[in-house]
Design a protein around this ligand. Sequence first.
Ligand code: ARG
Length: 463
Amino acid sequence: MTDKTSNQMWGGRFAAGPDAIMEAINASIGFDQRMAAQDIAGSRAHAAMLAAAGVITDNDAEAIREGLLTVLSEIESGQFQFSTALEDIHMNVESRLKEIIGEPAGRLHTGRSRNDQVATDFKLWVRDQLDAAAKGLEALIAALVDQAEAGADWVMPGFTHLQVAQPVTWGHHMMAYVEMFGRDLSRVRDARARMNESPLGSAALAGTSFPIDRDMTANALGFDRPTANSLDAVSDRDFALEFLSVASICAMHLSRFAEELVIWSSAQFRFVTLSDRFSTGSSIMPQKKNPDAAELIRAKVGRIFGANTALMMVMKGLPLAYSKDMQEDKEQVFDAADNWMLALAAMQGMVKDMSANRDSLAAAAGSGFSTATDLADWMVRVLKVPFRDAHHVTGALVAMAESRGVDLPDLSLEDMKSVHDGITEDIFTVLGVENSVNSRTSYGGTAPIEVRAQVARWKEILG
Ligand code: ARG
């Protein structure tokens, strides 16, 4: 007989229980209890399959099924006593099942191992998060499309190098983010499709001699098929890494938009007003309204990308098959998932509530010689001047306007002619920002007509 303090699940060959520090470093129950529902779903599918395959009796399978439902309700209602000595969610559930139903509980672990069990549970958990991310992205995209539709023809400055470049439309700027988040959504769907193979039944690493039906369990758990190599299946965490890299790219996009909102909501810009619901005040400066949500979203990419890097480092160089290193996968993914979902929801709320200050946008749209390219293009189109020469002439006119502290449309025709005598009155029609944006009708361009076409396309996609 083994020492009573040795582990009741695997302690058969042990004379003594683990040191307290061993137990502390070994246990994952502190965090993997988040996979309880997935663990129980996997066990229910496994038990039903074992009975169908004749490995356990129908009576045992029924007792297991009932018992697992009781365990689940105990966990959901907060009554369940998690034990560090029982290491992880898998052994906590099985041990409690034994207390409830007795001997049949011991048959549940036939033809499987914690290695395929944890891979299955974790995949199911990550899959749920991908589905939640898809919903969050769809809601955010819809909010951006609404903003774009409302302001399809509102002019604002477009920037490169954060210097005024050319006038664009508010709708066009909003739709740029729709494209980014649309690619994120497509990556989420790709990742989900690729990961959706069931590891269950790969057992410890080599498969099992029991006549299990892996298609049946895969099907019951909503997987497309079973994994095709048991060694790979128990040691694969690509799905978690893909989740983190998709999350990282999306968080990077979120941070870019968040940064724009921080800039735009400043007194210097006043491009947008964030709602009170998504702003905070200062405890010392009564006038302040701070874009804290945007700043925190901007920061989230740090921890999400950190999680991605951390798990890459955990997995790097691991020999086949399962190694305990892999237990370090979950906290990174849990933290990244929580923060990604929160950032998506906060961004969606901010976008939905914010109002663009149309007058400030329009006033800024004409500043910084933003229609200089239109002037040069006019010379190319009307005077047949080579673009390089037109660029040079326009540069001279910009310098003239700048030295007088005025904008391009404020120069007189004589001023223009002094630099290039072919210029006619007609030039003034292209110097207005409205004309400028209306003229950019190339596919994907900033013209309101193009923006509206993209809005319509996305509304169709979103259904
Ligand atoms: N708690 C473990 C983990 O998260 C479960 C798998 C343990 N397997 C083993 N052979 N010790 O990775």
